[in-house]
Design a protein around this ligand. Structure first.
Ligand code: 1JT
Length: 255
């Protein structure tokens, strides 16, 4: 049991297909106690269903665009747990119109929205987690995508927001290291989730990636969960500011 007795907060479950749901499942199997957040009442039921599989989970609302909700979340964690060992950031959003066409047509509001939810939320959450982790240390992970490092057609403003998220994670790793808080990045290959369901041609992306990558397969939330459990565990005690690609090797390819 990699995570026995560890208290881990998981943000970003929309439904049973979510990457965050796969991470939560592996963490629970490895002995972690979980707090799961849901965006709003539209998602409450499906997050409750996932929480039903776990032992004594906390279920709390959190919209990362609302400072008061974030503060309330950590006040509850302080009260119920008094400590935190791990935080999983698996949250992103952009307008569907901004994930196709010409990047230069991105509106100011669309750019700000994507960065606010997908990138700023990481330092915001880390700052709240810090006092709950600082005594004993802790681990924070976030989810990125290759489009945050290199140009991937149509990923557009999300790619720029993921670049901001990845660099935020590295600045946080530098800043929080003195408190033994580690911050790492997981970069999965494409996965068919609710977020991806609105993307035209996503099936084609999955097929092409599968055909080209070294392992000749797509990845799933369980693959991501296994690597996440390692990064949240003491097995990665000297790893921080690192990016782990869980993409069947796709990122090594040139041509
Ligand atoms: C968001 C969405 C973040 C889809 C995302 C995402 N991170 C990865 N994907 C899947 C994806 C999307 C595109 C793509 C490759 C993968 C949807 C809205 C919320 C934020 O292009 C090659 C466009």
């Amino acid at each position: 049991m990699l995570l026995k007795g560890k208290k881990i907060l998981v943000l970003g479950i929309a439904n049973h297909r979510s990457i965050a749901a796969g991470i939560a499942k592996v963490c629970a199997e490895q002995g972690a106690q979980l707090a799961l957040t849901y965006l709003n009442d539209r998602f409450r039921k499906s997050v409750e269903k996932i929480a039903a599989d776990f032992e004594d989970p906390l279920l709390l609302p959190c919209d990362v665009n609302d400072d008061e909700q974030v503060a309330a979340l950590f006040a509850t964690l302080q009260e119920k747990w008094g400590r935190l060992d791990g935080l999983v950031h698996s949250i992103a959003f952009a307008n569907q119109d901004d994930l196709k066409g010409s990047f230069e047509e991105t509106s100011r509001d669309g750019f700000m929205l994507a960065h606010n939810i997908s990138a700023y939320s990481l330092p915001l959450l880390a700052n709240h987690a810090k006092p709950l982790m600082a005594e004993h240390g802790g681990a924070i992970i976030c989810m990125s995508y290759l489009g945050g490092e290199r140009v991937v057609s149509n990923y557009n403003v999300m790619g720029v927001a993921k670049a901001s998220l990845e660099m935020s994670a590295k600045y946080l790793a530098a800043s929080l290291g003195q408190h033994n808080i580690r911050v790492n990045i997981v970069s999965p290959g494409p996965i068919k989730t609710l977020a991806a369901s609105g993307i035209a041609g996503f099936r084609g992306i999955l097929d092409e990636v599968k055909e080209r990558n070294p392992l000749k397969r797509n990845v799933d939330p369980n693959d991501v969960g296994n690597v996440s459990a390692f990064l949240l565990s003491d097995f990665s005690s000297a790893v921080t500011g690192e990016t782990v690609h869980v993409d069947a090797g796709y990122h090594i390819l040139g041509m």
